[in-house]
Design a protein around this ligand. Sequence first.
Ligand SMILES: Nc1ncnc2c1ncn2[C@@H]1O[C@H](COP(=O)(O)OP(=O)(O)OP(=O)(O)O)[C@@H](O)[C@H]1O
Length: 575
Amino acid sequence: MPDRLSRNLSAALRRDPLGCVLLALVGALVLLCVLAPMVTRSDPTATDFARMLTPPSAENWLGTDDFGRDVFTRLLFGGRTSLAVAVVAVVFVMAIGIVVGIVAGYFGGAVDLVLGKLIDVLLAFPRLVLAIAVAALMGGGITSLIVAISAVAWPAYARILRAFTLQVANEGYVQAARTLGTPVWRILSGHVALNLIGPILVLAMLDLGNLILAISALSFLGLGVAPPTPEWGSMLNEGRALMEIAPWLVLAPGMAIFLVVLSANYFADIARDSTEGRAVHGPSDWIALRRPVAAPAPAPPIPDTAPLLAFEDVTVDVVDPRSPYCGRRILHQVRFTVGPRECVGLIGESGSGKSTLAMLAMGLTRPPLALTGGAVRLSGRDTAAWRWDDWRRVRGAAVGLVNQDPLSALNPVLTIGEQIGEVMAAHDAVQPNARAARLREVVDEVGLPASVVGRYPHELSGGMRQRVVIAMAIVNRPALLIADEPTTALDVSTQRRILDLIRDLGEHYGLGVLFVSHDLRVIARVADRVVILREGRVVETGATAAVFTAPREPYTRALMVAIPGQRRRPQLAEV
Ligand SMILES: Nc1ncnc2c1ncn2[C@@H]1O[C@H](COP(=O)(O)OP(=O)(O)OP(=O)(O)O)[C@@H](O)[C@H]1O
């Protein structure tokens, strides 16, 4: 995003002579201010009553004030103060706004409610009036100026960044990071904050001008930088009484403020244009997933013979009384297992409950749905009492997930190497010193060139992206892989290659695979056993060849006849 921002800014400037002139002027002014001690030998506070109120001349380019001080020198040193205070204030404001906005947007619930109310209350006051009150209470000076400005400016940032966080947190790649067991702090700093850099930069540019104005206004009112230290606002105040006989006293700082504020707003506009159109989507109910259940996980006795995944009479209902579907049964005593080195195909038409089962196996069942009967066991352990942290250790380590849409599962601002590396870093399955080698190995295993690690998701084809997602799912060598419609978004030939890859990897790693699909031909190519689901009930289950060649249930027969181009039943390995 910052790359695109700088590219767009330079492209906009190339097309815009006014922008170039503004940039040159403000750049020169800022440079002169920064280098003030080298540009001018005069002391900005040294008085010389013999030279009081002299108009601009070769000796005093911008004249002198009523103490005989050189206005040009004071303008440059005053600019250092104004700009430094503004930059420090922006940093403070951004830091508070970013932390509060991200925390409120990401955690939601009570945290969001409390922070949201605080933001609302602070935003209800006019910013400058509140800043005047805070600065007056603190007694003026540079510190109180920064505190006053920071205290009143952060809520606007927090509110905007909260909204951005809500959007980013619902992106597929953030959800994917969660399902891969990435810790919250890493999701916040890596996925959420990185994606907010663009909006943050634009906000900072937009507000820099406003903050300089506010700083100047407070100093103008005598609540900021105390005389004789020069500052543009206080210079305006000092020159105000003599404006009619010595207009240069107000013109110089006035023009400087005007130029800096105009430039900041102008460039912020360009920056805002260049970052518009971000793709955002999705509801914001995932935060409820974090709610842990009451009891801690029990000590896990793991029978060697236990299947990797077992659904034992699993019943799921809509339990939230606020849902219009409250009381509806989604899964009815579903029972089947997935063992090591076995690929189980879960087939069912849309709405039959396939995704609900896949989510149960990852501990991602969302309110208003809840497990109301039976048990979901992973390697023999009942997961009912697992808390969020227990699941976090399992996801991405013992259980890998491959989703339908690889693009939404990948973070657009991180390279492939970083994203695979992050999954390894989230768990201890691969030792830190072995991670670089494992990265190369897994990239090779999924059939991608080594160069892919330095590339970004948008530089890859759909099939390559799905290979990356598979690499992320297997990099920690899980025992179980959940593949939820992993080939639906791909063309037929890519589908075939991805299916072969999953089957080969399953054999290579001895993986148990739960392969969810509505497409019988896909299941026929990869699955050893099939489970046919209809309206939340298992209607038929058995070895793939047996079920497909001699279906017992009328529903299974109907499904096969419904395959496009298929008169009677699907051929194995037909895809
Ligand atoms: N939050 C919810 N509230 C009420 N009903 C829900 C909710 N989530 C899912 N359902 C219902 O549960 C049933 C199973 O949904 P699920 O998403 O598991 O089906 P699916 O087989 O994966 O379908 P698809 O292939 O279209 O994704 C559907 O009838 C759906 O309407």
